[in-house]
Design a protein around this ligand. Structure first.
Ligand code: IFM
Length: 451
């Protein structure tokens, strides 16, 4: 084998990921209830350009073609999420059979094509009716989520073996309830902290229910993880980066592995954690089969509490390569995170459930979309995955974010993450050069780091 060629383990799972609200459209069809993202995107001023997910990639009507496209790309797995309000329009109670049928047919079609479904139960589209009763900050949501997990795993558990309870609970809790950039758009830190606890508790309560309905299930949870590095060796910057690491990474990782909430976070949140009830931490730390990792970039943390002059030398700057999201391209951060998960947290199996980049993509005069920056991004991150595997980290699969250009939340359609270009006027799909590159990697199960 020539230098720079990396061969992946034989059973390595190559996939792509999407999420219901970002691609489905059909926001009020076939009995679907309103979600918090329907409400949020229909509120003027919340989303760039006034975009909504009403139509998105129209995947709800075009899913057969999208599955065929996945087959052509040689994908081995597809991670998608279920829209809770399509299944339970009132949050709980009466089941909308048409919603179940939609996902059931999708699962059948994937299996027929030899593509393994990875189902995410919650990728942010909470039924609005549950938000009207308080949403994630209010404890009864935990039972609603458990009922939802039960309904879906009963319906699909005979065929779906891979389950992800939640996608990025940090984002649901903090971007939705504290920063207000995401639905439901609150700016209340106490609500966010309560939301994060109830998200974790929902996960913990749902895992045994999924296992009961699907004994062969592999169940996990997906976190957005990102190394946080101090901008300088100053005490203030190091303290700030430790806090940020607690907030983004440890606040979720520690309780999931049974370490409880990190003490520095509890101290910093103060009395806001009174909602923890006896037994909660055991429920949250229920054993899982894998951890899903979404990785995009690192954070470089600088304390606000000291002046520029006091804080010299400032030794860490972000690199010059920045994506359209204004995120630094920093592949080594993925390696660092993976190493930490294995050597510090002893996580037994990991899937990279999202990794990818938004760049400006244009259709050329001959109808092609050439995206060398995305190819380079994916390639360099996959090199880090391989290096992590070589030092013993049990990375089992990799899912590129995303199959299709889609609704990028507050940014609407202005950020393209897909390996397949979507013309949102015509709904035409054009595989970008990254899709063709990825197809080759999958086919050969090998990464040519020199090409
Ligand atoms: O589009 C999102 C996805 O829904 C969750 N993870 C990050 C992606 C890019 O921002």
């Amino acid at each position: 084998m020539s230098e720079g060629m990396y061969t992946f383990p034989k059973d390595f799972i190559w996939g792509v990921a999407t999420a219901s609200y970002q691609i489905e459209g059909a926001w009020d069809e076939d009995g679907k209830g309103e979600s918090i993202w329907d409400r949020f995107s229909h509120t003027p001023g919340k989303i760039d350009n006034g975009d909504t997910g009403d139509v998105a990639c129209d995947h709800y009507h075009r899913w057969r073609d999208d599955v065929t496209l996945m087959k052509e790309l040689g994908l081995k797995a597809y991670r998608f999420s279920i829209a809770w309000p399509r299944i339970l329009p009132d949050g709980w109670g009466e089941v909308n059979q048409v919603g179940i049928d939609f996902y059931s047919q999708l699962v059948d079609a994937l299996l027929e094509m030899g593509i393994e479904p990875f189902v995410t139960l919650y990728h942010w589209d909470l039924p609005q009716i549950l938000q009207d009763e308080g949403g994630w900050p209010v404890r009864k949501i935990v039972d609603a989520f458990t009922e939802y997990a039960d309904v879906v795993s009963r319906a699909l558990g005979d065929r779906v073996k891979n389950w992800i309870t939640l996608n990025e609970p940090w984002v649901s809790a903090f971007v939705g309830y504290s920063m207000g950039h995401h639905a439901p758009g609150y700016t209340d830190q106490d609500k966010a902290i309560a939301a994060s606890h109830h998200l974790l508790l929902s996960h913990g309560q749902a895992v045994p229910v999924i296992r009961a309905n699907c004994p062969a299930a592999n169940v996990g949870i997906t976190l957005n993880l990102s190394p946080q590095e101090p901008a300088s060796p100053s005490v203030a910057d190091r303290k700030a980066s430790t806090w940020m690491d607690g907030y983004i990474n440890r606040l979720f990782l520690d309780p999931l592995v049974g370490r409880g909430y990190p003490q520095d976070m509890v101290n910093s949140f103060g009395n806001a954690m009174e909602f923890i009830k006896p037994g909660d931490m055991d429920t949250i730390s229920v054993p899982v089969d894998f951890l899903g990792v979404n990785y995009y970039s690192r954070g470089i943390v600088r304390s606000n509490n000291i002046s520029e002059e006091d804080n010299e030398p400032r030794t860490v700057f972000r690199g010059d390569e920045i994506t359209e999201m204004d995120w630094e391209v920093y592949p080594k951060g993925l390696y660092n995170i993976l190493g930490r998960l294995y050597f510090d947290y002893a996580i037994p199996a990991i899937h990279i459930t999202e990794n990818g980049a938004a760049f400006v993509d244009e259709v050329s005069h001959n109808g092609q979309v050439d995206d060398p920056h995305r190819v380079s991004y994916l390639k360099r991150h996959l090199e880090m995955v391989k290096k992590a595997i070589q030092i013993g980290v049990p990375v089992k699969g990799y899912f590129a974010w995303s199959l299709l250009d889609n609704f990028e939340w507050g940014y609407g359609y202005s950020k393209r993450f897909g390996i397949v270009y979507v013309d949102f006027q015509t709904q035409q799909r054009i595989p970008k050069s990254s899709a063709k590159w990825y197809q080759k990697v999958i086919l050969e199960n090998e990464l040519d780091a020199t090409a």
